[in-house]
Design a protein around this ligand. Structure first.
Ligand code: 3PG
Length: 217
């Protein structure tokens, strides 16, 4: 699939359905960007959330988009309309935000950037739904009620699908993925800081492979 085709068909749902886990990536060294993306893709994970938490994040998105065409670069920690536009300009094909604002929702729709907005309460889900968003990140998942909260939200919000993120690990991911309203989970455990610092991309590939093999309902 070439990049143009992906751009034409990519939706928030497709981003969530691609693999059981969306890796949450914090990059401090630009030299890690391409080998990390290659390791994750080799392990079976190609939707990559590069968080806008470090000064090199946009440049990393540009590099990965250019050098690793099998990867689908996304931007995480998108906190404003300006972030969304900058991320798209850097090659991001989807955006993930820790919360939801009408402005982010409007701009992402206008520029055609699939958005997974973060929510943690019923009111936030209703706000996102008002903006047309029903595929949502549940954040911070463990701290905001975890599996029990997601079960409770399934009653009033039967159409809503979640990507819980925050406090998820290879150990507890299966409990989340077993829920009918969870399509995938997000997590940083695939990219341990020490593995990145040591350039141990074989370990990251193995973690990605393990994550890609998690079962979903
Ligand atoms: C984040 O935004 O940092 C994500 O929630 C990742 O959380 P984690 O490190 O607990 O996976």
């Amino acid at each position: 699939m070439n990049r143009q085709t992906q751009l034409n068909i990519l939706t928030s749902l497709a981003v969530m359905e691609d693999a059981p886990v969306i890796p949450v990536i914090v990059l401090h060294d630009l030299a890690h960007a391409v080998p990390l993306a290659r390791a994750l893709v080799a392990g079976g994970i190609r939707m990559l959330e590069i968080t806008l938490r470090t000064p090199i994040a946009l440049e990393a998105m540009r590099l990965i988009s250019h050098e690793v065409p099998e990867a689908v670069v996304g931007a995480g920690t998108v906190c404003s309309a300006t972030d969304a536009q900058a991320a798209q300009d850097a090659g991001a094909q989807f955006a993930v935000s820790p919360g939801y604002t009408s402005e982010i929702g409007r701009v992402c729709r206008e520029i055609g950037l699939p958005l997974l907005p973060g929510v943690a309460t019923a009111s936030e889900i209703m706000h996102a739904q008002d903006g047309g968003y029903t595929e949502l990140k549940f954040f911070p998942a463990a701290q905001a009620g975890g599996v029990a909260m997601l079960r409770a939200l399934a009653g009033p919000f039967a159409q809503t699908r979640f990507c819980p993120t925050g406090g998820i690990s290879i150990q507890n991911a299966p409990e989340y993925l077993a829920l009918p309203n969870v399509i995938c989970v997000g997590g940083s455990w695939l990219i341990p800081a020490e593995a990145l610092a040591q350039g141990d991309f074989a370990r990251i590939e193995a973690l990605a492979h393990h994550a890609a093999c998690l079962q979903r309902t």
